[in-house]
Design a protein around this ligand. Sequence first.
Ligand SMILES: NC(=O)C1=CN([C@@H]2O[C@H](COP(=O)(O)OP(=O)(O)OC[C@H]3O[C@@H](n4cnc5c(N)ncnc54)[C@H](OP(=O)(O)O)[C@@H]3O)[C@@H](O)[C@H]2O)C=CC1
Ligand SMILES: O=C(O)C1=N[C@H](C(=O)O)C[C@H](O)C1
Length: 273
Amino acid sequence: MSDFIPVVVAGALGRMGAELIRTLAQTSDCKLVAAIDTTPGREGEDVGIALGLEPLEVLLSADFEGSLCLASQQHPGSVLVDFTHPKVVYQHTRAAIAYGVAPVIGTTGLSPEQINDLADFAAKASMGAAVIPNFSVGMVLLQQAAAAAARFYNHAELVELHHNRKADAPSGTCIKTAELMEELGKAFNPQELEEHESLAGSRGGLRESGLRLHSIRLPGLVAHQEVQFGAPGERYVLRHDTFDRAAYMPGVLLAVRKVRQLPGLVYGLERLL
Ligand SMILES: NC(=O)C1=CN([C@@H]2O[C@H](COP(=O)(O)OP(=O)(O)OC[C@H]3O[C@@H](n4cnc5c(N)ncnc54)[C@H](OP(=O)(O)O)[C@@H]3O)[C@@H](O)[C@H]2O)C=CC1
Ligand SMILES: O=C(O)C1=N[C@H](C(=O)O)C[C@H](O)C1
């Protein structure tokens, strides 16, 4: 094992991957060993130069499994950080576990069934893994406050607001927040009359618990979320705003530093704090 944590970044040219590579370049106990991205025409470029940094002597590759295989042979104990696309995140996570590269998954879009399946797979392989829908500590605090308030309010709706280049809706964070609010098994928003939606979707996405999730996509936004609770005569609003992706970096580094010691798969940053 090396005296630094070898890190493979998938989605290296994307908004999050690039921010992470800039952060790793200034982090002494972690070292970028592979950079994967499928953006056409960029393979073979030094990822440092591609991102406007000093050369990092790591060449961009579009070959996910090949890069993992090489990292596992040349840098035992490597960690994968994935910020790619919901369509590939399940296969990426499975492959990382299979190659013995501990996955830190920031990409959203895994279903609860897929997370359970990956947890079983990680346990069988005796691998640590982390699926983290949101790396911001502030968001974890909001989620904990929302879970606590959910005990006292029967009416709640969630609104998440993101930039308009986001592929999935609702956001992974919003789903995780709803899951935490549902942990006591209670039903929200008891129906008081028969509603009629003259425009499909106007009332948002309805979860089995009765919670409603609303997604807004606009240029200029980064990532924002509100949980609104209502009761006769009052409203209680929890809000978190991410203005810069730098906010996620301490959480990503925390997960990179802890994932190899985990006994299996954890879901959510709160499990690492
Ligand atoms: N957990 C957290 O705290 C956060 C999670 N996210 C999540 O991270 C994911 C990425 O977000 P973001 O960085 O904004 O997205 P971007 O679209 O900016 O970046 C994704 C990058 O991944 C590349 N890519 C797509 N498919 C593959 C693949 N199969 N193999 C390798 N690279 C691939 C894309 O290349 P191409 O040009 O080919 O599309 C692109 O360069 C999303 O799911 C988002 O929700 C985002 C912010 C915070
Ligand atoms: O796509 C994004 O930008 C973000 N995605 C994550 C999500 O889906 O929850 C985390 C954060 O909201 C930013």
